[in-house]
Design a protein around this ligand. Structure first.
Ligand code: PT1
Length: 259
């Protein structure tokens, strides 16, 4: 899954792809490099980020999705927490919703259920603006598992088939480095929920803390985490750096497939 941020303020690529032409060029490059899914986001959810008004988010993402919908072979994902943005993006040609809030906003479950879209349900503790202020768990793997189990039940209960649901433990969303490492170690337990697991580590501060490196120097560390996740059963990896990540995962998959 290639990341396409159409935001002025994302943490490592903010402002690069805010016009339709450069967004389309970046999407084409990620597809050529092996991305199966393009994840379009108009609101940064990194720690400390401010929320974006509805009209602004719609203005950012809808023209880009309409342009991407013309590309063959691209699965288009909309990264949003707002049901209105989900509906507008799906109407413009998106195929799936990626919600860091796991469809907890009023009307979000219905927006997915009524449109037949696929959805990724992610675990987040708190809100982006304050989620890194002393996050606490007694057993982070068990708590994330139980949250995702409840959200999968709520969404299937509203009529979305299990086959259309992915789950994501939400690395960096209300978690310390130790929580993130414990989740990566326990990732296999999430597969018992019966949905493919998506993970995102790309350039995140958990990699930066381990390497003492700024966002653009976290590529190789992000790859290591991605390979570990795939070995533990993850099926989709969200990344800014599609070419190198796809190479690493192709090698990892070949090794796993031979075992
Ligand atoms: C993710 C994800 C996402 N991450 C899914 N969607 C972001 N499904 C946006 C940091 O610690 O992992 N899964 N959409 C980006 N969020 C963050 C979080 C960016 C933490 C940076 C950090 O640096």
């Amino acid at each position: 899954m290639g990341v396409l941020n159409v935001t002025p303020d994302s943490f490592s690529d903010g402002g690069l792809y805010t016009d339709v032409d450069s967004a389309l060029a970046q999407a084409r490059a990620m597809i050529a490099a092996g991305a199966a899914v393009i994840d379009v986001g108009g609101e940064s959810t990194r720690p400390g980020a401010r929320s974006v008004p509805l009209d602004e988010e719609l203005d950012r993402v809808v023209p880009v999705i309409a342009a991407l919908a013309e590309l063959p072979d691209a699965i288009i994902s909309i990264d949003t927490r707002k049901p209105e943005v989900m509906r507008a993006a799906l109407a413009a040609g998106a195929h799936m919703v990626n919600d860091v809030n796991a469809l907890r906003a009023p009307g979000a479950v219905a927006a997915v259920a009524e449109t037949g879209a696929a959805v990724c349900l992610m675990h987040m503790r708190g809100e982006p603006e304050s989620m890194q202020q002393q996050p606490q768990y007694s057993d982070v793997v068990a708590e994330v598992h139980s949250f995702l189990q409840q959200r999968v039940a709520a969404v299937t209960g509203a009529g979305v088939p299990l086959e259309r649901i992915l789950i994501d433990p939400g690395f960096g969303f209300g978690k310390t480095l130790q929580h993130n490492l414990a989740l990566l170690n326990g990732l296999g337990r999430l597969s018992t929920l019966g949905c493919p697991v998506l993970v995102g580590f790309s350039r995140k501060s958990m990699i930066g803390e381990l390497l003492d490196a700024p966002p653009l120097s976290r590529l190789h560390g992000s790859q290591a985490a991605a390979v570990m996740a795939v070995a533990a059963g993850a099926r989709l990896v969200r990344s800014h750096d599609v070419g190198p990540t796809e190479q690493a995962l192709r090698v990892a998959s070949a090794v796993l497939g031979a075992g």
